[in-house]
Design a protein around this ligand. Structure first.
Ligand code: HEC
Length: 145
């Protein structure tokens, strides 16, 4: 093998190793994200039952429309106060400033104490008391994308 061809060969080798590393990193990331989706051990099936408390004001799933509250399909990972056609309170719009997204932590805080978390929100719901109900309902919300 001429030294030129050898150099070319090694360049390709290096490229392949780089690609392998990227593939591996992507796989690791996917696993980590999937782990995250478990939402602190929340049980989506139990969460579906907890969601009955939300149904008076929120629709979810295929064909859902805004009612008293915004549609909650895909709310986990969605920018706050962003559902099309819903008229959010100024309190919720302020809470959304800076492009914040609904995720496990802020949903848990909000659902435990809506008014305390988002001053002037028009979600007139007292909040969920039990931490397990909160984790379960978040797991349920995350499962309806
Ligand atoms: C009495 C009606 C009512 C009930 C019950 C209710 N909500 Fe709401 N919810 C609202 C309203 C109204 C808003 C809009 C708040 C605003 O704009 O300030 C809202 C907003 C939200 C948002 C923010 C959505 C977004 O697009 O930013 C989430 C998340 C949410 N509710 C989850 C829940 C969950 C989960 C339950 C049940 C545990 C629940 N809500 C129960 C009326 C309700």
């Amino acid at each position: 093998m001429s030294s030129l061809r050898a150099a070319h060969f090694f360049r390709i080798q290096r490229k392949m190793i780089k690609m392998k590393t990227i593939t591996t990193l992507t796989a690791v990331l996917a696993v980590l994200t999937a782990g995250n989706m478990a939402y602190a051990g929340g049980d989506a099936e139990k969460g579906a039952k907890v969601f009955k408390k939300c149904k008076a004001c929120h629709k979810i799933g295929e064909g859902a429309k805004n009612s008293l509250g915004p549609v909650l399909t895909g709310v986990v990972g969605r920018p706050i106060a962003s559902y099309e056609g819903y008229n959010y309170s100024s309190g919720m719009k302020t809470f959304a400033e800076g492009g914040a997204v609904w995720e496990e932590a802020n949903l848990a805080t909000f659902l435990a104490d809506p008014k305390g978390t988002v001053p002037k929100t028009k979600m007139t719901y007292k909040g969920l008391k039990k931490e397990t109900d909160i984790a379960d309902v978040i797991a349920y919300l995350a499962s309806v994308q």
